[in-house]
Write a new protein. Structure first.
Length: 213
């Protein structure tokens, strides 16, 4: 782990947006051992990383632990950051690997409904409270979606979450997964096809009739 210091002689970087060019100044200061620089990077990136992990695993008590593990791994590996991608992309890639290990540790998909809440809740949306039946139906369907995602191969699930739930731009999503945009598109399409087929099989969607687009 990098040895952290608070050397007052090191230049103090200006406050920067995590996606801006000044973020590189904070990264370099943190790499040199500046505790305040790492604290600033943590502050700037905590919310997007938390949101990212929450999309990937749903409402689960482990979300906070997974986020903290992601930052801990990033700190340990900070000197290995090669700048071939942005710090944000690199950090989100670490979070994806942490979540992969979390998913692999789950030995049963029977707890998927307990682990995950609705897509509406995760995305900050929802169904009007006055319509109780409609709200319940939406939640049950979303639980079915997440249960299907829990059973899906991780490379397809990750592509679907990044593109369809988080709306991450193709180039950025591909960089986070370490694949080409074309490969990402193929994975996302296959994930959508599997999801639709399984929702049809479970009666949540009506089959598409031949000749009907």
């Amino acid at each position: 782990m990098p040895r952290l210091t608070t050397d007052p002689q090191l230049p103090r970087p200006a406050v920067a947006d995590p996606m801006g060019s000044d973020a590189a100044v904070w990264v370099e200061a943190a790499r040199s051992g500046r505790t305040d620089a790492w604290a600033r990077l943590y502050q700037l990136h905590y919310e997007p990383v938390f949101r990212h992990v929450r999309y990937l695993v749903g409402e689960h008590p482990a979300v906070e632990d997974l986020v903290q593990e992601s930052f801990a791994r990033a700190l340990v590996s900070l000197r290995d950051f090669d700048r071939r991608s942005s710090f944000s992309t690199w950090l989100h890639g670490i979070a994806i690997n942490v979540v992969r290990n979390h998913w692999r540790a789950q030995t049963s998909t029977a707890t998927a409904h307990d682990r995950l809440k609705t897509i509406h809740d995760v995305r900050g949306g929802g169904v009007p409270q006055a319509d109780v039946d409609r709200t319940h139906l939406a939640r049950e369907r979303a639980r079915a979606v997440y249960a299907i995602l829990a059973e899906m191969p991780e490379h397809l699930r990750e592509a679907f979450v990044l593109r369809d739930l988080e709306n991450v731009p193709p180039a950025e999503a591909a960089a986070q997964l370490g694949i080409s945009p074309g490969n990402l598109a193929v994975r996302a399409t296959r994930a959508r096809q599997r999801l639709r087929a399984e929702l049809e099989r479970r009666g949540w969607l009506a089959p598409i009739e031949e000749g009907v687009s």
